[in-house]
Design a protein around this ligand. Structure first.
Ligand code: HEM
Length: 472
């Protein structure tokens, strides 16, 4: 009898797994969640979990995390099909902990229809004119920060970059660029970010609970700012995102126009943009400094280009967007840093219908993640992928091979802003200091959703004197 039951069970099991991607479903209920968490705790970062399975199973594999099936795919063809989503088979979907932390009205989590509406509203804020204003403000802030560093001192690049990018985001969004409130907001945002990959347990001592508390305090700050603005203090904030949203809201309610963003949508998306813009850009800047330190020949070529730019702009106080377009080598350095770092290693989607990927059956409701990092490091896509070589971007690249900012309808909204921040930072750092990384540790942070160096990349600085720059 037991033989028959076993036979039936085997038959059913084989039938249900036939044609689906290879991989292990793990233990009942929890799947491979423990292995996923162990990878996070190991110091190799959460991506390690994906990497070892990619090596074991190839370009398409499945696993089970937090009770749900996840498929990871890493070919340019699949990336194209999923990110373009012409047939409407996929929607974006973050794991529950992330969705709760950024809020259900966030652009990151919104359903496709709602997403279109919010994205259109937010897009106006990333126009060429806005970026032009932003570049000047950002440069001003970088110059001030770099001036405050002491010659010969050691600074932790990630910490400095987080402060700079948080300030830039908060200024752009709610005109907050100094004081205790900014510091508090930065701490709360860090707490929210740390909770993103935590197990969604709401017990008071858990990381997830602390993240939710952080979110609550951020929402309180935003509530206060919104009610102050509605109370009439308006003129001082003409240019920022919040004021623009509130003014559009007021205009719409007086003319019965199409619905604008609700307060909940505004708040969730301000938090989303701080997280999306601050942590990612700061991490990318940190990796870039590290890669340049490891590749002195690239650094010297870059320094020559940037010294010429410094001479060109010597009569004006700050860089403009136009100046950034005249930094061809620096732009390639930025792109190569983003490829090597893959700050956002994978992009989560959910299958809305049964479908096929890489010849495997995908079931409706499964999470399908595009593994951008594996594509960036695939030797079939990039020659010598672990070599830091900016000139690889001199010519055309294979479609869907550079995915640092995603592609398709969910492409990063802040892409041009992020590139501009990296270029400005690079220009000022290179023309003001020489540096040496003092901690070569390459392990990544445990809890970051984005790939961040655990050491933060401490560097020892030597200020460049006028004599130095004449010699170079
Ligand atoms: C180096 C820095 C950055 C990197 C590497 C980066 C990367 C990405 C990626 C890969 C996505 C798409 C994820 C997906 O398709 O699932 C994304 C989306 C997004 N990013 Fe960025 N980002 C950066 C900076 C910024 C900045 C500065 C902002 C804005 C202030 C920003 C705002 C957003 C928003 C709002 C989305 C969601 C877009 C949507 O769903 O329609 N990002 N980012």
């Amino acid at each position: 009898m037991s033989q028959i039951v076993l036979k039936i069970f085997r038959c059913r099991f084989q039938e249900s797994t036939a044609g689906i991607p290879p991989g292990s479903p793990g233990l009942p209920l929890i799947g491979e969640t423990l292995q996923f968490m162990a990878s996070i705790y190991s110091g190799k970062g959460f991506y390690h979990f994906v990497r070892i399975r990619h090596l074991q199973y190839g370009n398409c594999f499945r696993t089970n995390i937090f009770g749900e099936t996840h498929v990871f795919v890493s070919s340019t063809e699949s990336a194209k099909a999923i990110l373009n989503n012409d047939s409407g088979k996929f929607t974006k979907r973050y794991i529950r902990s992330i969705a709760e932390l950024v809020g259900d009205q966030s652009l990151l989590c919104a359903s496709d229809q709602h997403h279109k509406l919010i994205r259109t509203r937010l897009s106006s804020f990333f126009s060429a004119t806005s970026i032009s204003v932003f570049v000047k403000q950002f440069d001003e802030s970088i110059v001030e920060t770099l001036r405050s560093w002491d010659d010969g001192s050691t600074v932790v690049v990630l910490q400095e970059a987080l402060k700079i990018t948080c300030k830039a985001m908060c200024k752009m969004l709610i005109s907050l660029d100094s004081g205790e409130e900014l510091e508090m907001l930065q701490q709360e945002v860090a707490q929210v970010c740390e909770a993103m990959l935590a197990f969604p347990l709401r017990l008071p001592w858990t990381r997830f609970h602390k993240g939710l508390q952080g979110r609550k305090r951020i929402m309180n700050i935003l509530d206060k700012v919104i009610s102050e603005r509605r109370g009439g203090i308006k003129q001082a904030y003409q240019g920022d995102f919040l004021q623009q949203m509130l003014m559009e809201d007021e205009k719409a309610s007086s003319t019965d126009e199409a619905p604008r963003l609700t307060d909940a949508e505004i708040k969730d998306n301000i938090l989303t943009m701080i997280i999306a813009g601050q942590d990612t850009t700061a991490s990318a800047i940190t990796w870039m400094v590290k890669f340049l330190d490891e590749n002195q020949d690239v650094l010297e070529t870059l320094r020559n280009e940037q010294q010429l730019m410094a001479k060109k702009i010597s009569l004006k106080p700050y860089l403009s967007v136009e100046d950034l377009t005249e930094m061809p080598y620096a732009s390639k350095v930025v792109k190569e840093s983003l490829r090597m770092a893959s700050v956002v290693p994978w992009f989560p989607r959910q299958a809305l219908k049964d479908c096929e990927i890489e010849g495997f059956k995908i079931k409706r409701g499964w999470n399908v993640n595009i593994d951008a990092k594996s594509i960036h490091l695939d030797a079939m896509v990039y020659k010598d992928p672990s070599e830091f070589n900016p000139t690889r971007f001199a010519g055309e690249t294979k479609p869907y091979s550079f995915l640092a900012f995603g592609m398709g309808g969910r492409t990063c909204l802040g892409m041009n802003m992020a590139k501009a921040m990296m270029l400005v930072f690079l220009h000022r750092l290179i023309t003001t200091y020489r540096w040496k990384v003092v901690d070569p540790d390459t392990s990544t942070e445990k809890w970051g959703l984005f790939s961040r160096l655990k050491s933060g990349c401490p560097v020892q600085l030597t200020r460049i004197t006028e004599d130095d720059s004449v010699q170079t």
